[in-house]
Design a protein around this ligand. Structure first.
Ligand code: FAD
Length: 544
């Protein structure tokens, strides 16, 4: 086991915490950072890997949500309009605090009927207006010829023109990890592969959680004055540890994405299909040298490894065929995965009526705070609200007010330096000269101002690619093991690099090399190496 993680586990065993956060997705990681940066003593545990739940399986948009805006207008719902507005403000915050992990992305909305133009044009102008000075660029009309020129794959017959608008895109799993590691810098004690299996009450109040470390096989208790359940789609399972009779509050829905060849999209232009046959939207987005298409919305059961169902994949292919010049064949799919949306069935969450409808915070009689719903873009607002509730419940006296809107994430600091200073930090070790352009660019966007340290590992002989055609290299694996708490082959392939999400076959081919590198780092014996390798092969064979 890496020293880094060993120290965290030791601190979890010895510490007494004000706050224990269950779940290391966007919500839990955001809460840990908020609370630690206000000066609270915080622990965070995640049963699998950070972001292994829904938070690595999103559409990767940092957005106000044009679809939510449409719903708000149709339903004349000011509450929903407020949510879009809040998300647009958060979009600007995320782009500022993690510039290396995010970018502005243009989207084309194709128009096949002139009468759709005023409707979508007005909607997108309103979207610009709501963003105000935080707008990422004005939306505009383009002719059919321009639309075809910038998005050659689009169906030409009947195309009248298109609308271009702007939103944000990010690497969800690495953003999640950055939140966790930044929380750690502020004093939070964090561990992946540690599962909460029970909640312990004293005088009818939860005071500790029984946990199991899946890596070392240990069991122990973590003491905390307040416990927050940020287990996303699994939140009802944790609520039942508090009250075995607790009624379910969540309905789960599966959202599937498929990954296709890069040639479908230009590197910096996505496609928004504004209305599918069943009234949904589908995105086709350039993502890390591939094209991401999705998503779907089908009722689902609780599942720690949700699979992309065949009918959902067929649905995406069918809808794309309506809008693309050439239909896509199933054999062209490089990867497919599903994420679970926790949809709130508010019936049993008594005290959430006054809260915005996209997320809910509930406090049980024994003091378990449950936070569910929302979206990635608004994780920070949910975190702030949850920490405020915890402070109230625990009677804590935080040293500082919430300032996460100003708090740069790990990797972002020197990127915010100006001109010469920044150039010195990032190019000082001649990163560009030593590495292929795509690898250098990947290191910069994945690690920000820490990229030169990864490049140094590469310079010591760990520069080979993990898979042909992708920029991930052996140095990524060693860095992940040493500095980013990666414990398993899948931690590296799915969430430190994104190879498993991008290309299943390439990830399977990379398993032997990644296992060997981890074995070298963690001193695995032959048997352990074999087991870890098999586990990764099985997971990739089943789908993520
Ligand atoms: P999760 O990420 O699921 O985290 C919960 C964690 O709790 C899991 O990692 C789980 O392992 C852990 N856990 C469970 N039980 C225990 C236990 N007993 N002990 C310890 N840990 C435990 N939002 C956007 O803003 N932009 C998008 O483009 C976007 N696209 C989306 C696309 C899809 C298909 C879906 C489903 C959602 C999308 N969202 C998007 C929403 C966003 O992804 C979610 O709101 C967000 O990821 C939820 O994070 P979470 O931390 O609440 O849940």
């Amino acid at each position: 086991m890496a020293l880094f993680r060993e120290n965290e586990i030791k601190a979890l065993k010895q510490g007494r915490f004000e706050l224990l956060v269950i779940g290391g997705g966007a919500t839990g990681a955001g809460i840990a950072l908020d609370a630690a940066s206000r000066g609270l003593r915080v622990a965070l545990v995640e049963r699998d890997d950070f972001a292994s739940g829904t938070s690595s399986r999103s559409t990767k948009l940092v957005h106000g949500g044009v679809r939510y805006l449409e719903q708000a207008i149709k339903l004349l719902d000011l509450g929903r309009l407020g949510l879009v507005n809040a998300a647009l403000r958060e979009r600007a915050v995320i782009l500022r605090i993690a510039p290396h992990l995010t970018r502005r992305l243009a989207f084309l909305t194709p128009l096949y009927r002139w009468r759709s133009l005023p409707y979508y044009y007005t909607g997108l102008k309103l979207y610009d207006h709501l963003a105000g000075r935080l707008s990422l660029g004005p939306s505009r009309f383009v002719s059919a010829q321009q639309a075809r020129a910038c998005f050659p794959a689009i169906k030409r017959t009947g195309l009248k023109g298109g609308l271009i608008y702007f939103d944000g895109q990010f690497d969800d799993a690495r953003m999640n990890l950055s939140l966790v590691l930044t929380a750690r810098q502020y004093g939070a004690v964090v561990a992946n592969h540690v599962e909460v299996r029970g909640l312990d009450k004293r005088s009818a109040r939860i005071r500790a959680a029984a946990v199991h470390d899946h890596i070392a096989g240990d069991d122990w208790e973590i003491e905390a004055q307040v416990v927050i359940n940020a287990a996303g789609p699994f939140a009802d399972l944790v609520r039942r540890m508090d009250d075995p009779l607790a009624k379910p509050t969540l309905n789960l829905s599966s959202g599937v994405h498929i990954v296709l060849d890069q040639r479908l999209c230009a590197p910096d232009l996505g496609l928004l299909i504004p209305r599918t046959a069943d009234g949904r939207v589908i995105f086709l987005i350039p993502w890390m040298g591939t094209t991401l298409a999705g998503t779907t919305d089908s009722p689902a059961a609780v599942d720690f490894h949700p699979q992309a169902a065949n009918q959902d994949i067929d649905y995406i292919l069918r809808e794309l065929a309506t809008y693309l010049e050439h239909p896509i064949d199933r054999s062209e799919i490089k990867a497919a995965w599903s994420g679970l949306r926790p949809l709130i069935g508010a019936a049993n969450v008594a005290n959430t009526a006054a809260l915005p409808r996209d997320h809910a915070i509930d406090v049980s009689p024994s003091g378990l705070i449950t936070v569910v719903g929302g979206k990635w873009t608004t994780y920070r607002l949910m975190a702030k609200e949850a920490v405020d509730r915890a402070i109230e419940l625990g009677g804590f006296a935080p040293r500082l007010r919430c300032f996460t809107d100003q708090l740069l994430l790990l990797g972002a600091h020197e990127l915010r330096l100006e001109g010469e200073q920044a150039a010195g930090c990032l190019r000082g070790r001649n990163m560009d000269a030593d590495l292929p352009v795509d690898v250098a660019s990947h290191l910069r966007s994945a690690y920000g101002d820490r990229a030169p340290q990864v490049a140094e590992i590469a310079a010591r002989g760990y520069f080979s690619r993990l898979a042909q055609g992708y920029p991930f290299i052996e140095a990524d694996v060693l860095w992940a093991a040493r500095e980013e708490m990666a414990c398993t082959v899948m931690d590296v392939l799915a969430r430190r690099t994104r190879l498993a999400f991008l290309d299943n076959a390439a990830a399977r081919a990379a398993v032997p090399r990644v296992s060997k590198l981890l074995a070298q780092e963690f001193h695995w014996d032959e048997l352990k190496l074999k087991v870890e390798r098999q586990l990764a092969e099985e997971r990739l064979a089943q789908g993520l």
